[in-house]
Ligand binder design. Structure first.
Ligand code: ATP
Length: 311
């Protein structure tokens, strides 16, 4: 693992009576893609806005690139894609990227070269002379990413960059992040989309009510909730089973049926045996059966007791 890029210690933010970030401690190392996962209102944006200096903290310590004083040189190493798209709609894509590059003291030929590179990276070269107000939501997002990348920061912070974008742009953005990761850029990716975080992150931090609930790779998180195991079975006669009866079996935590696929999260081997006996008694006929590592959605549910998507 690379050097420590970000360290947050006991960070707290209070908006009058609302505790938005509650004693949050987190570190990010060079080259990592940290997926910060949490439902709406979990405190992700507040934490990122503090790190990037947009709002002040109530208490706690932050150091970036080993420095506690976040001066202009430190800020130059950060690229930020905020939750709300921040581009100038009356400017062309090209003018936008030049403007943001200029904020980092890039000038002349170097600025032109980097602006070209940034627009190419997000696939907007052909549209560079169009005013961004004519862009789709996905194109605006991609332009916003180009503006955040033009100065070639070491750390890229992205706050829900795929909200409101079309599936094509969404995939484009995720692939771009994978490329940046390969190039060695450190990335913090805030999202409430489980499958995105699962796809691109090298490590995941789960945050809810401003608090860090757990962090680790997906398989480490799976071990944290290892009291639970997941079993999937394909049934020939799914109509013969009753999910409510399955949920009554001692040690069964969750059960869901999608078409012929039964997914059950259970705690003990005895609950698994009891389930198999039930399936046999009901003559549901199991054709395929496997025990999996838990997916992020199940882990999240185990840690928070609630579904991310319902928030
Ligand atoms: N400027 C503000 N004034 C008062 N309360 C705020 C302010 N900004 C955020 N909050 C509250 O702080 C809590 C955390 O919000 P925050 O936006 O950081 O969460 P989030 O995880 O980024 O969610 P979202 O994706 O919906 O933005 C929420 O309860 C929110 O209502």
């Amino acid at each position: 693992m690379g050097a420590e890029i970000l360290s947050i210690q006991h960070l707290t933010k209070k908006y009058s009576q609302q505790l938005a970030v509650d004693d949050l401690s987190l570190t990010v190392d060079q080259g990592e893609v940290l997926g910060l996962l949490g439902p709406n209102g979990a405190g992700k944006s507040t934490a990122m806005n503090i790190i990037t200096g947009l709002i002040t903290k109530t208490s706690g310590e932050i150091s970036l690139f080993g420095k506690k004083k976040i001066n202009a040189a430190v800020k130059r190493e950060i690229g930020f894609v905020p939750q709300d798209i921040a581009i100038y709609e009356d400017l062309t894509a090209w003018e936008n990227v030049l403007f943001f590059g200029g904020l980092y003291d890039l000038r002349g030929h170097q600025l032109q070269q980097l602006a070209q590179k940034a627009l190419e990276f997000v696939g907007l070269t052909a549209k560079k002379d169009l005013k961004s107000k004519n862009f789709s939501g996905g194109m605006k997002r991609r332009l916003n990413i180009a503006c955040a990348l033009v100065h070639q920061p070491q750390l890229l912070i992205m706050d829900e960059p795929t909200v409101g974008v079309d599936p094509q742009s969404r995939n484009f953005i995720l692939t771009a992040i994978e490329q940046l990761h390969q190039q060695g850029v450190t990335i913090i990716y805030c999202s409430h989309y489980m499958e995105e975080v699962e796809r691109i992150s090298t490590r995941v931090a789960i945050i809810d009510h401003g608090r860090l609930l757990a962090q680790g790779t997906t398989s480490e998180l799976s071990e944290i909730v290892s009291a639970n195991h997941q079993l999937q079975a394909t049934l020939v006669y799914p109509q013969r089973i009753d999910l409510e009866q399955i949920k009554q079996i001692t040690g069964i935590e969750q059960a869901k049926l999608t078409d012929r696929q039964l997914t059950v999260v259970y705690q003990t081997e005895s609950s698994c045996s009891a389930l198999l006996k039930y399936l046999l008694d009901q003559a549901a006929e199991v054709t395929d059966f496997n025990q999996n590592q838990l997916d992020l959605e199940t882990i999240f549910l185990s840690l928070t007791g609630r579904k991310l998507r319902d928030e």
